[in-house]
Design a protein around this ligand. Sequence first.
Ligand SMILES: C[S@@+](CC[C@H](N)C(=O)[O-])C[C@H]1O[C@@H](n2cnc3c(N)ncnc32)[C@H](O)[C@@H]1O
Length: 221
Amino acid sequence: MADYLDDSVKRYLRATGPDHDEIHAAMADHADECGFPIIGPDAGGVLRSYAAATRAERVFEFGSGFGYSAYWFLKGMADDGEIILTEIDKEELAEGERFLAEAGVADRATFEHGDAMEIAREHEGPFDVVLIDHQKSRYADAFELIRDELAPGGVVIADNIFYGAVDYEDILPYVESGEPLPDDDNTRGIADYLDTVRAADGFHTVVLPVGSGLAVTTREA
Ligand SMILES: C[S@@+](CC[C@H](N)C(=O)[O-])C[C@H]1O[C@@H](n2cnc3c(N)ncnc32)[C@H](O)[C@@H]1O
């Protein structure tokens, strides 16, 4: 759970937040063993909520790892909904296929190995929800790539806005008063992403201090 929260707030959130089922618990154990950065149950619960609220039939992920976030989406999506997972690491994607098969939902998932940006160009929308969780320096380009493919009322969710490869305290002076950013691709990538989505006509963005921090950008209906 994110380090920017007070300990008692973390305990409160964990005690009241979404729970793992058996498959999610096995995935979380696997992430612990490998030191792999999954989105976690609180942010996962947000993915599930947006999938349910939009009655999502099509979801696209930039950076799926071994399917932890995708499994949260699938829990909220329409029964006949399809999620497209993208992952540059073949082994991780294969693990994702195994986990989602074990959960009985692999038939609703398309597993695409390769560069998420290239794969996004090959899949036409409309998408109801999109998750951006790959290279921070390419978040803004990912948004530009899919913004016109988003259904009206559709949502783009980007992870690591506070934490994980970046520290929000490095971005704060820039967003508050335009001070220069540190010379770091990840930090600059997140700052650029926030500038891009906040300036996008016809979209509204809110940053949620959940998990590692989510930026939720909704297309006007
Ligand atoms: C933070 S992890 C994703 C975690 C996943 N969304 C979850 O919560 O379960 C980021 C993943 O993006 C993958 N990745 C990095 N660059 C990528 C690219 N260009 N295309 C596809 N995947 C990429 C990494 O291999 C890594 O597995």
